[in-house]
Write a protein that binds this ligand. Structure first.
Ligand code: RB5
Length: 151
């Protein structure tokens, strides 16, 4: 069955979100757009969009998420408040590879003001195409899950 990806951004991430959405529409993934709309003329608050995507992922309504803001940092901080979410900002091939192979990142965060937009699209594709390493990495993720459940 096709996987569903939720994608959201603030005003700083609008253009990059559109590029990534257009790219994903050419794949087998089902893409759900959480805004902000491309024609939005005002500033918006990144936590609102991060919470919408990460909240639905946490509830099992999404398989994966992509969040774009100026740096990706605010999106990452907010998304990681939700149970079962492993969000990380990536900026190059190695951080992207590690994020998936070692950490099984399920919410990719991108900084539209930090990373060339074409490169960010390539990194998104790389993240989707990379497999989680499992074994010792799974054990470590289990520990994160235990910490989360103790809260
Ligand atoms: C918005 O100006 C900016 O703060 C936001 O896009 C993001 O970079 C926050 O982490």
């Amino acid at each position: 069955m096709a996987q569903t990806i939720g994608i959201g951004c603030d005003h700083a991430g609008k253009e990059l979100k559109q590029l990534i959405t257009d790219m994903l529409k050419l794949t087998t993934y089902t893409v759900v757009d959480y805004g902000v709309a491309a024609d939005c003329k005002t500033s918006v608050d990144y936590p609102d969009y991060a919470a919408a995507v990460a909240g639905d992922l946490s509830k099992g309504k999404l398989d994966l998420g992509i969040l774009v803001c100026g740096t990706g940092i605010g999106m990452q901080i907010t998304a990681n408040k939700f149970s079962g979410v492993r969000a990380a900002v990536v900026w190059d091939e190695l951080s992207t590879k590690m994020a998936k192979e070692h950490n099984d990142v399920n919410v990719l965060c991108l900084g539209a003001r930090m990373t060339n937009h074409m490169r960010a699209c390539d990194l998104t594709k790389q993240w989707l195409d990379t497999a989680f390493g499992g074994s010792r990495h799974q054990m470590r993720l289990n520990k994160i899950r235990e910490i989360e459940q103790k809260k």
